[in-house]
Design a protein around this ligand. Structure first.
Ligand SMILES: NC(=O)c1ccc[n+]([C@@H]2O[C@H](COP(=O)([O-])OP(=O)(O)OC[C@H]3O[C@@H](n4cnc5c(N)ncnc54)[C@H](O)[C@@H]3O)[C@@H](O)[C@H]2O)c1
Length: 348
């Protein structure tokens, strides 16, 4: 049994809680939050952009409740520290937990700066615990299917990709930390990083990026459009922004054109995947489209189940590594620099 301590009992902490609660390999043994009610499992408030599906009062028998990160990490009963805290503290908390020999699952983005990511990479290399950043899009069934189709080689080389993620301004975070770029990195690090990471997963790190963007309520760049240069005949466009009005439906889109077929998945919240449900649509260059039904699941469930499996089988995660997550932040930083300078920027 893998004993889990969840640090941060907000939207993502609760989402993770529900997933661990359904996995027979895991047992939640500790909750940590600065907010007393939250760490005591009083979760009646509605937060996040999904309908609340967590218990209004978490059963606390056998579950320790901590108000400090250090106390939670020091608990010898905890094997896995799950970090669902604001991004500004990800690096320090992950490093402390790794130094204590714990396994660490940290919400994305890995950290606010590439420099901090490299500190985590170093700590992870020295720890007996595994580290994984929760880059859930790599595990999202439709995205994973598209990656499988591209990698199969059956459809020829990839020629273009378009990745998009648009959302209303998030208003639910505790004290509105998401809307302070110094704490969240704004939409580039918080939202757009999902697609940066998926583009990296598909094609590797680009050599250079060129980006345009606009500032938003966070004080950082809250809407960005970037073009990636791989030094070969491949066009990749990635857009992300959270400056849309409250009723604008969250949407995520991925479209990859290979020589012999184009693959697409479109999700608009409340509209059930643009009429295609769980399906990825394959449009061959010749012949009729076909729909591939994917597993009825989500990236959060799949990533957590994968990480628990890695720990149980003593296999270091390979779908996401500390290095791949650090690479995604390197691309984000290059994009931000490109917006500021108006020039293409090489990726570190
Ligand atoms: N993968 C995804 O799809 C996804 C979606 C939303 C958020 N996230 C990520 O999850 C993380 C948490 O975001 P959220 O939406 O759950 O935010 P949230 O504000 O809902 O929750 C954060 C929780 O941490 C607590 N907290 C704040 N500072 C703390 C500190 N220093 N020590 C202890 N507790 C503290 C708050 O009281 C709050 O309960 C962020 O990194 C965010 O980017 C990921």
């Amino acid at each position: 049994m893998i004993k889990v301590g969840i640090l941060g009992c907000g939207f993502m902490g609760r989402t993770h809680y529900n997933i661990y609660a359904k996995n027979s390999k895991a047992k939640i043994v500790a909750l940590m939050d600065l907010d007393k009610g939250r760490r005591q499992g009083k979760w009646a408030d509605q937060i996040g952009n999904l309908p609340a599906a967590w218990p209004k009062q978490v059963p606390m028998k056998g579950v320790a409740s901590y108000g400090s990160v250090d106390d939670a990490i020091a608990d010898p009963n905890v094997d896995l520290i799950d970090i669902t805290l604001p991004t500004s503290v990800h690096a320090d908390v992950a490093i402390k937990a790794l130094q204590a020999g714990k396994h660490v699952l940290s919400e994305k983005p890995m950290a606010l700066t590439h420099k901090d990511c490299l500190r985590i990479v170093k700590a992870a290399a020295k720890s007996k615990g595994y580290y994984m950043c929760a880059q859930c899009i790599r595990f999202w069934p439709q995205y994973a299917k598209i990656k499988e189709l591209v990698d199969s080689g059956k459809y020829g080389k990839a020629k273009s990709a378009c990745l998009k993620r648009l959302a209303p301004t998030p208003g639910y975070s505790k004290g509105n930390w998401l809307l302070a770029a110094g704490l969240s990195g704004g939409a580039v690090l918080d939202l757009h990083v999902h697609d940066i990471d998926f583009a990296n997963y598909l094609f590797g790190k680009p050599k250079r990026v060129v980006a345009s963007g606009t500032k938003g309520v966070s004080g950082g760049i809250d809407h960005i459009e970037a073009l990636y240069d791989y030094g070969k005949d491949l066009l990749v466009m990635v857009e992300g922004g959270w400056s849309f009005p409250p009723e604008y439906p969250f949407q995520m889109v991925v479209n990859v054109r290979c020589e012999k077929a184009t693959f697409e998945y479109v999700l608009r919240a409340g509209e059930g995947g643009s009429g295609f449900g769980n399906e990825v649509v394959v449009y061959p260059q010749k012949g009729k489209l076909r729909k591939i039904t994917c597993k009825a699941s989500d990236g959060w469930t799949e990533e957590i189940n994968y990480f628990l499996d890695c720990i149980a089988k003593k296999r270091k995660p390979t779908i996401v590594t500390a290095k791949t997550s650090a690479d995604s932040i390197a691309v984000a930083e290059a994009e931000i620099k490109s917006v500021a300078t108006g020039k293409p920027v090489a990726v570190k």
